[in-house]
Design a protein. Structure first.
Length: 337
């Protein structure tokens, strides 16, 4: 109650206007990434005229964009010359290994469907086709965005989960296999299998090879919603795959993962977790709406809901791992009896 009261005290007409117009900043960032402004600047100072020539853009329009980016703290300006900040050099230039542009472009591709949120709420049905399946540009930004985010999170997460006694990990819906890679790097005695749709195989095998783990990580092409999962494993990692499905399908996925585990095998679920009241934290609550506009039955789930699904699949020793992650993602584990 006190938390809600404190939040309400922050709401005023100015705050409402800021919320209402916050997409202006989003679109400014999206445009800069799409035009490759940060990449064009690199490590030098340039005038807007020189940048506009490099990008083949209108000088007047680009100058406005550059000034807005400076006001947002994403560029620096001195004597009418613009340069990247330390942050934009590290995260917004394509020349950086920490580049976040793919996930930003994924967000850009979602804007149109979010503008129709009222229709999704009214009908209870999605208003966009799943771009990662139907459009190659959307698919690339989605896959690369998920890969980049996992590359940032995985090194922190794998240290919190003890797989020292496990020999074979199932990375279910693992896409490029980023987490399988980092679990294997953290646990020298561990092998892994990435299980996902066959279309993910080239990306996964490229990632696995890049880390020199082709002899320890293989790929199993499988639609785990329709087919049984082949093999037996000591642990199963399910990262951000449940929110795309409704409760019934989630229970089905968990049961299939459990059936693929050896006795005393561990199942590990990583998701954006809502409070049990379902009205916070903010990001998982908003993410649930993102699933509404883009999927038939997807949603964010609470800790209680995930734990109940695990218990319904016969999992024991269910607990939430204490780990602070961006966007309120959490990890819940349990053991197969």
């Amino acid at each position: 109650m006190n938390k809600q009261k404190n939040e309400n005290e922050k709401i005023n007409p100015g705050a409402i206007l800021e919320i209402s117009g916050s997409y202006w900043k989003s679109c400014t960032l999206h445009a800069a990434v799409k035009l490759e402004v940060f990449t064009a600047l690199g490590g030098v100072q340039l005038t807007s005229e020189k940048i506009s020539r490099k990008l083949n853009a209108d000088k007047r329009g680009l100058t406005m964009l550059l000034n807005a980016l400076t006001a947002m703290g994403l560029l620096a300006k001195q004597n009418d010359q613009y340069s990247n900040t330390e942050f934009s050099t590290s995260f917004l230039s394509k020349d950086s290994p920490q580049y976040m542009g793919h996930i930003i472009m994924h967000h850009h591709h979602l804007v149109e469907s979010w503008s129709q949120l009222d229709q999704a709420v009214k009908t209870g049905s999605p208003v966009r086709a799943r771009g990662s399946q139907f459009n190659e540009e959307w698919r690339e930004s989605f896959l690369m965005g998920m890969f980049n985010m996992a590359m940032m999170l995985a090194p922190r997460l794998v240290k919190k989960i003890d797989l020292s006694n496990c020999r074979h990990l199932l990375d279910l819906g693992g896409g490029p296999g980023t987490y399988a890679v980092h679990f294997c790097l953290e646990n020298p005695g561990l092998n892994a299998t990435v299980c996902d749709l066959p279309t993910s195989r080239p990306f996964a095998e490229k990632t696995i090879s890049k880390f020199g783990l082709s002899d320890r990580i293989d790929f199993l092409g499988c639609d785990y919603l329709k087919n049984e999962i082949k093999g037996k494993y000591d642990a199963a990692w399910l990262s951000q795959i449940l929110h795309g499905e409704g409760p019934e399908a989630c229970q089905k996925i968990i049961r299939k993962a459990v059936l693929a585990l050896e006795p005393r095998g561990m199942i590990i679920i990583h998701e954006f977790l809502l409070d049990d009241t379902m009205d916070g934290p903010l990001f998982p609550a908003l993410f649930s709406l993102n699933m509404l506009v883009g999927t038939t039955n997807g949603q964010a789930y609470s800790q209680e809901q995930i734990m109940n699904m695990l218990a319904g699949a016969g999992v024991a020793g269910i607990q939430r791992i204490a780990v602070q992650m961006p966007n309120d993602s959490g990890v819940i584990t349990g053991l197969v009896s």
